[in-house]
Write a protein that binds this ligand. Structure first.
Ligand code: 7TS
Length: 406
């Protein structure tokens, strides 16, 4: 049985006060807070097992290697990948997208090939493809959104030149959850690869790469209870084997002479240099934590909080929420503007109440332009978010409005 108060006890930071007021952390879409289990696992790693993995035969090295490689297996199970070798450790979603762009798209796509994206993408899923376009002549097409903040899928319409469709599973601004399984089917019927940005979905709902049928999935550990600088690129094994390496040096090499080098097998071919074992240990513990809660219950809790928040925010005059109106069509983020107040001012005032929200363009400048706004405020939720925190947000927003109307 999911018990939010019990969950909160595991997060030391949630006991913090901000200028004497209890912290209300509503910025989990930027990065999640970390439970004590993850913090302790990292501490134990450094106290007991630290060594550079894959390199030597002594006990500590064996242990560090096992911790790192066992996390790969755990991640594979978590997203139901067929093989652990399909899991590449990267720093974050941005790096995962760069890896696909450099190792797959740059060498394999060219004019007149097309990549389909959407206007709701995070810069991480736009800028690497612009680089590909500018360096190999491929073209980009952007699917628009409809009035309700969902994708206009009539515009998907791939043609014989469309080689890749890359879309977010859940928008970090609109909250929209896209029908990726249906989109993947259309992409594959056309012979296009399907890339999914899972930064805002993998931490929040059950994700099964075989069921979705995607070719690549990118996500960040730091948004799902793990530390920063450990992320994942899932890729189908046949594709990874046929791709060029991304970064060159040490662990990704099989043999080097002064004349040439040969590459290690997948996945190590894509992991140059000393890896982030501490991050892997944290990610492994984070996945255990989420599995213990159950990803269905994680989603259920967030849907309930989102529905409650949509309801509470709708009571505030002059407050406009962006994205779908129904909580089942959204992840746990709500972006909004309050008439006459810039989102940065709003975030500053809310900070005085101990409330942490994000403001600005959320690394989605093209979407801001499409919505005709310079910026938005955003509250985002996770397993530790409570209804009383939403009440605190709604009350603080009402007070902010009063301050500004003076
Ligand atoms: N894709 C989406 C949909 C995201 O929301 C983010 C981060 C990224 C990619 C990039 O993740 P990173 O770990 O590589 O940075 N989004 C946010 C956000 O909404 N606020 O801060 C970071």
């Amino acid at each position: 049985m999911f018990d939010v108060e019990k969950v909160r006890e595991d997060f030391p930071i949630l006991k913090r006060k901000i200028d004497g007021k209890p912290l209300v952390f509503l910025d989990s879409a930027s990065t999640s807070q970390k439970p004590i289990q993850v913090i302790n696992a990292i501490k134990e790693y450094y106290e007991m097992h630290n060594a550079n993995p894959h390199r030597s035969l002594y006990k500590l090295c064996e242990e560090a290697t096992e911790l790192y490689e066992n996390t790969r297996k755990k991640v594979a199970e978590f997203i139901n990948a067929k093989h652990p070798e399909e899991i590449i450790f990267v720093r974050n979603t941005n790096e995962a997208m760069n890896l696909i762009a450099h190792s797959f798209a740059l060498p394999k796509l060219h004019n007149p090939n097309e990549i389909i994206l959407s206007v709701m993408e995070h810069h991480a899923n736009i800028v690497p493809w612009q680089y590909v376009r500018d360096n190999n002549g491929a073209s980009l097409k952007f699917i628009d959104i409809k009035k309700d903040g969902t994708l206009n899928l009539e515009q998907l319409n791939p043609n014989s030149n469309t080689k890749m469709v890359s879309l977010t599973n859940a928008s970090n601004v609109l909250g929209t959850i896209n029908p990726i399984k249906d989109i993947g089917k259309i992409a594959h019927e056309n012979g296009s690869l399907f890339v999914v940005d899972g930064a805002q979905s993998v931490p929040h709902m059950p994700i099964d790469v075989q069921d979705i049928g995607c070719d690549f999935l990118a996500f960040s550990g730091h948004k799902m209870l793990a530390p920063m600088n450990i992320g994942v690129l899932y890729g189908r094994k046949e594709l990874l084997e046929d791709m060029e390496p991304f970064m060159l040096g040490s662990d990704m090499i099989k043999e080097v002479t002064l004349e040439k080098a040969t590459w290690n097998d997948v996945p190590w071919k894509f992991e140059a240099g000393t890896p982030n074992v501490e991050g892997a240990v944290g990610l492994s513990t984070a996945i255990d934590y989420l599995n213990d809660l159950g990803m269905d219950d994680v989603r259920k809790h967030e849907k309930e909080i989102t529905a409650y928040a949509l309801d509470k925010l709708s009571e505030i005059d002059g407050l406009k929420v962006y994205g779908p109106t129904a909580a089942d069509m959204r992840g746990g983020v709500i972006s909004f503007n309050l008439a006459g107040i810039h989102s940065h001012d709003l975030a500053t005032i809310l900070n005085d109440f101990g409330i942490a929200i994000r403001s600005g363009h959320h690394c989605c400048m093209p979407l801001m332009k499409r919505l005709g706004i310079p910026a938005a405020a955003r509250a985002s939720f996770y397993i530790y978010t409570t209804k009383y925190e939403i009440d605190a947000l709604a009350n603080a927003l009402k007070r902010s409005k009063a301050v500004f109307s003076k």
